[in-house]
Design a binder for this molecule. Structure first.
Ligand SMILES: Nc1ncnc2c1ncn2[C@@H]1O[C@H](COP(=O)(O)OP(=O)(O)OP(=O)(O)O)[C@@H](O)[C@H]1O
Length: 251
């Protein structure tokens, strides 16, 4: 796919998503407008069940929005117009998605797990594994490349999932609670990796989180409630983290 210069990594307008039919139909996302800027770490916060995972799943192309959606542009592509097959190929090339469940393959070593996005892109196994070991070292697991996922703690598995999302240097990283299982030291390590990604040209990081420890790493914090974006804070030298977020996000 050709590289296109776009002002936003993602832009949605009037995004709607419902689940179910008839009387059991629930309207989860209600005319959501949102931009994810390149160069930013954008954080999405909000109470449980307000629609955060649904929104990032649509941005990552694993869920389709309702037809009544005005715009869904990710890295310059209109996902509404693409088939699920085309979206799957687009995601493999361009998006690193870190799920709440780590989705590691239990029968593969850590190095093999982290190699998967490169193998999908046609990188040869030896080169893929070499790169995978380099990225495992970045998340502090360089000496565990041959271990299997079930030999690791939850926090270590989370770092493997992060390594797998970074290994193919995707243009957009989308993560659901990437630091939930991490102690302060590893949380800081992971956020520094995300900052490096966001600083690279034409890259962006979008994080769903309840973890107030990482709010100081955000350039933008969007708050959701009941299927809508209700507040957006841009944070920079002249706009510090708002007082209510400095003291954590309370549900
Ligand atoms: N596949 C589905 N079928 C039916 N309802 C769903 C489905 N996925 C999500 N929902 C509903 O959509 C709403 C939003 O869920 P979502 O997982 O997006 O919330 P969230 O903000 O990410 O919550 P949390 O912080 O607890 O992870 C919830 O009411 C949930 O039950």
């Amino acid at each position: 796919m050709s590289e296109v210069t776009v002002p936003y990594a993602a832009q949605v307008r009037g995004l709607n998503k419902s689940f179910g039919d008839g009387a059991s139909r629930i309207h989860v996302l209600k005319d959501v407008d949102m931009e994810v800027r390149q160069g930013d770490i954008t954080m999405l916060i909000g109470p449980s069940g307000c629609g955060k995972t649904t929104l990032i799943s649509i941005l990552a192309g694993t869920l389709k929005p309702d037809a009544a959606t005005q715009e869904l542009t990710v890295l310059g592509q209109d996902l509404r117009q693409m088939s699920m097959g085309a979206i799957t190929r687009f995601r493999a090339q361009n998006i690193g998605f870190i799920f709440q469940a780590f989705n590691l393959i239990p029968t593969l070593s850590l190095a093999e797990n982290v190699s998967v996005p490169l193998l999908i892109r046609g990188v040869r196994a030896g080169a893929a594994e070499k790169k995978a070991r380099e990225v495992l070292a970045l998340v502090g697991l360089g000496d565990r490349a041959k271990s299997r996922p079930n030999q690791l703690s939850g926090g270590q598995q989370q770092r493997v999932a992060i390594a797998r999302a970074l290994v193919h240097e995707p243009r957009l990283i989308i993560c659901d609670e990437p630091t939930a299982a991490l102690d302060a030291k590893n949380g800081q390590l992971v956020m520094e990796l995300f900052e490096n990604v966001a600083r690279s040209p034409e890259r962006a990081v979008l994080i769903v989180t309840h973890d107030n420890r990482i709010f100081p790493h955000a350039n933008r914090i969007a708050s959701m409630d009941d299927g809508r974006i209700v507040e957006v804070h841009d944070i920079d030298a002249s706009h510090p983290l708002p007082e209510n977020l400095r003291h954590g996000f309370h549900q």
